[in-house]
Design a protein around this ligand. Sequence first.
Ligand code: NAD
Ligand code: GLY
Length: 370
Amino acid sequence: MPAASTASVLHQVPIELGDRSYPINIGAGLLGDTATWTGVPAAAQALIVTNTTVAPLYAAQLERAISGRHQAVHVVALPDGEEHKTWQTLNLIFDALLQKACDRKTVLYALGGGVVGDMTGFAAACYMRGVPFVQVPTTLLAQVDSSVGGKTAINHPLGKNMIGAFYQPRLVVCDLDTLATLPAREFSAGLAEVIKYGPIADMEFLAWIETNIQGLMDRDATLMAHAVRRSCEIKAWVVAQDERESGLRANLNFGHTFGHAIEAGLGYGQWLHGEAVGCGMVMALHLSQRLGLVDAAFVQRVTALIERAGLPVVGPALGAHRYLELMQVDKKTEAGEIKFVVIDRPGSAAVRPAPEAMVREVIARCCSAA
Ligand code: NAD
Ligand code: GLY
């Protein structure tokens, strides 16, 4: 007799996009449970896209759980790391699909963090002009942000996430159990994106994170379930209103203009994405204060929380010239004018340009000396 399932969906957050709507299922023991996958489109073939770190941890479990839904389940393990979010690595997914003669109904399962998720989504958008895919995020960052909302991309040496597509998954499955194997540094990086939702959208959530930061760092299961749920709810609300980032969705990039410059400037993979975003939020807060939008106490409050989450709050010494050069290559830049997501009042964000002298002051205030 098969063992009774211990899987449980604790929360379901819908992404409302008309006929492209899908659920985010958040819970425990989901990955290895066949019931988790019943909503996935029927297809003869499936390809699990993962990486060399995650494959030995979770690929066999997922493969077993979905084997009843597909006649053949293939696995491709990509090299691990932000520095591999490239055309060359993307091609490994296409190689696997073509070598196995996968047809246009083939389902791709993205098993891993944001790097695997973004690349798998982009491959799914392109292969035969579009095949279905499912997000199975295994990092905190991917569960609270990157797996949700359909942004897919690879990096270019000159700019982060510059080549990509909007392409929605059919289902997102956040199995909180997978977070148990996540290294501490990666966990903190994920907390940066959780904290982000407070200043831009929900001051009650910010206060809740402040109260519970130690429990979150200890990965308390109940607290984690709430943090993932509330983050996904906020992101779902934003994406439903502005899927293709013509306005509101840009607010989700709070900290990212400075953060992407840090990542590209140091070389992808030196600072984790979440670390760069955490420090980028500190810089964007200082910019907001200089623009007269928030006071010093608010900047200090959020900075202290970012620090308590184990994240760096002092930027690397790239020099103001290099920061400005890198920030020119940003998706919000228009006609050469760099734009920043600023906090226009606690719990609300807006996209604004800023005088170059002010940006230089922020870099001088927030970064190590070049
Ligand atoms: P990542 O994908 O590199 O994963 C971090 C590390 O953790 C990797 O070494 C990975 O192999 C490992 N790992 C993954 N799951 C694990 C587990 N359960 N146990 C042990 N190790 C595990 O990084 P990330 O922080 O998940 O994602 C960052 C990426 O996401 C960036 O490329 C960023 O641009 C992208 N992103 C995209 C969006 C979006 O909307 N599409 C939003 C935010 C970030
Ligand atoms: N992480 C930013 C977005 O999804 O728009």
